[in-house]
Ligand binder design. Structure first.
Ligand code: HEM
Length: 453
């Protein structure tokens, strides 16, 4: 293992590729298929539910988890100004997560056979091992860091901690499935796992990157740092309460309290980031990446606030305090977070940061436009038709699955294309031309101002 020269490595590349392949081949494809099946007259039977659970795990730890891990390996050492060991831990953690997910997915799909239980358990062990290597590698970075007190640093540490906890919870869930020879994960434990992965692992890293890089790109007004401290505490405390309540089988009211605290923490973070306020000034820079990334980032945070509001009302209903939300038929709240917030945000951040990391151009920005529109339509349909069963509702949900799947395929094309030699070459030519213009202008100070677009 080496630690010198880490900063010239592009450790995120295999992670981004693996995440997109898993998203297209296993995650979104399964989600779309199980939404289309009821329209074709198939029941929401046990096999439907086993696939929806394995879809959820593959999406959270595969599509999103691998993407976040790849970006985290790249940005966390930079945030902490501290070197990282490479490339063995990165390779090992990626393959452990990929294999773990494939085994969990396959095991739950063949639950009727004798292979089901051992495969599910092996998946749980490998996924946990992968997240442990990930957490351990980044903890080493944190340990050597000269300072750990900034906003990004705090959220990054939260992300590292909850990534390992999420892996441990998943292992516990799969262990119980294997011991009981149960085709499905325990509902309460599964819920805790999903929110730990969503808010604790994934969102913490997203918040870390937002507080540093996204804030700079969008020229946001100065952050409310004290509010952010309350936000960090709310998310941590809320998740601990949720996990304890579900695993100790406490009352619904305790679990709801945990969810509400975590959701309030998340809303406070959005407020402290000021991402939904106008920028502090015009952004005038040499254009790199997808030019509408700011719309995507802001829409994503808009969805996050909507999702938290829905989650708080749902949790109050579950605790018996209110009776406002209709029963869910297709997890609309969950998909406001996972599709509306996380997926849109990854589209936005990646379409800006991948070209910067790579020194590359995006060749087909129109595909990004369509990907964004399709994912947004997918979430809207999910919310509008996710609360009641009707013939038109089933068809709308099927459309939601189809357009969401096309959206991820288009994004995958753009992302793969950005990591090519051709994309780097065209960027190099454009940057050289820009440099030449700037040089000429510097020699003729009276000439008209630079057009940065
Ligand atoms: C077009 C995209 C998507 C489609 C069509 C889709 C579809 C589904 C369906 C049909 C279910 C079963 C629950 C139900 O609807 O009643 C489900 C559950 C779930 N989905 Fe998605 N989904 C999509 C995207 C995502 C993404 C991007 C994520 C995460 C990043 C995600 C995470 C989950 C989770 C965690 C569950 C719950 C699984 C469980 O109950 O254990 N989904 N999805």
């Amino acid at each position: 293992m080496q630690s010198e020269g880490w900063s010239s490595q592009r450790l995120y590349r295999p992670f981004v590729r693996a995440s997109l392949i898993i998203a297209v081949v296993l995650g979104f494809s399964t989600g779309a298929t199980i939404l289309i099946m009821p329209v074709l007259g198939m029941d929401r039977n046990l096999t439907w539910v086993t696939h929806s659970q394995s879809h959820g795990v593959v999406q959270l730890f595969g599509w999103v988890g691998l993407f976040v891990m790849g970006f985290a390996y790249h940005v966390v050492p930079r945030f902490f100004n501290s070197p990282i060991r490479y490339p063995l831990p990165q390779k090992v953690s990626m393959w452990l997560v990929v294999l773990g997910l494939v085994l969990r997915f396959t095991g739950q799909s063949v639950y009727k056979t004798t292979f089901g239980d051992p495969l599910v358990l092996a998946g749980g062990i490998l996924l946990f091992a992968g997240l442990l290597v990930f957490g351990w590698t980044l903890l080493e970075v944190v340990r050597r860091a000269p300072s750990r007190s900034g906003v990004s640093e705090m959220w990054a540490m939260s992300g590292i901690f909850w990534a390992v906890v999420a892996g441990a919870l998943h292992l516990t869930v799969t262990l119980r499935m294997a011991i009981d020879s149960a085709p499905l994960a325990d509902a309460g434990w599964n819920e805790a796992l999903i929110y730990v992965a969503t808010f604790g692992f994934v969102s913490s890293f997203i918040f870390a990157v937002s507080a540093r890089a996204v804030r700079g790109f969008l020229l946001l007004k100065p952050m409310y740092e004290r509010v952010n401290l309350v936000a960090v505490a709310g998310v941590q405390f809320g998740l601990v309460v949720l996990v304890v309540s579900r695993f100790a089988d406490l009352t619904e009211g305790v679990a709801s309290t945990g969810l509400i605290l975590a959701a309030l923490g998340v809303v406070l973070y959005v407020y402290s980031l000021r991402v939904l306020e106008p920028a502090s000034g015009p952004v005038r820079r040499f254009a790199v990446g997808y030019e509408r990334y700011n719309l995507l980032v802001r829409s994503a945070y808009g969805w996050l606030v909507v999702g938290c509001a829905m989650l708080i009302v749902t949790a109050l209903d579950d605790a018996g305090v209110t009776d406002v939300m209709p029963a869910e038929v297709s997890l609309p709240v969950m998909h406001v977070f996972t599709l509306g917030f996380i997926t849109t945000l990854l589209f936005g951040v990646a379409s800006k940061m991948l070209p910067i990391f790579e020194g590359a151009d995006i060749h087909h920005p129109r595909l990004m436009d369509i990907a964004y529109v399709f994912v947004t339509i997918s979430v809207i349909l999910r919310v509008v038709f996710g609360f009641s069963i009707s013939a038109i509702g089933e068809q709308a949900l099927a459309v939601s699955g189809g357009v969401g799947f096309i959206g991820i395929c288009l994004f995958a094309i753009v992302a793969f294309q950005t990591m090519t030699e051709a994309a780097r070459a065209s960027y190099a030519v454009r940057a050289a031309e820009f440099g030449q213009v700037r040089f000429d202008q510097a020699r003729r100070p009276t000439s008209s101002p630079l057009n940065l677009k």
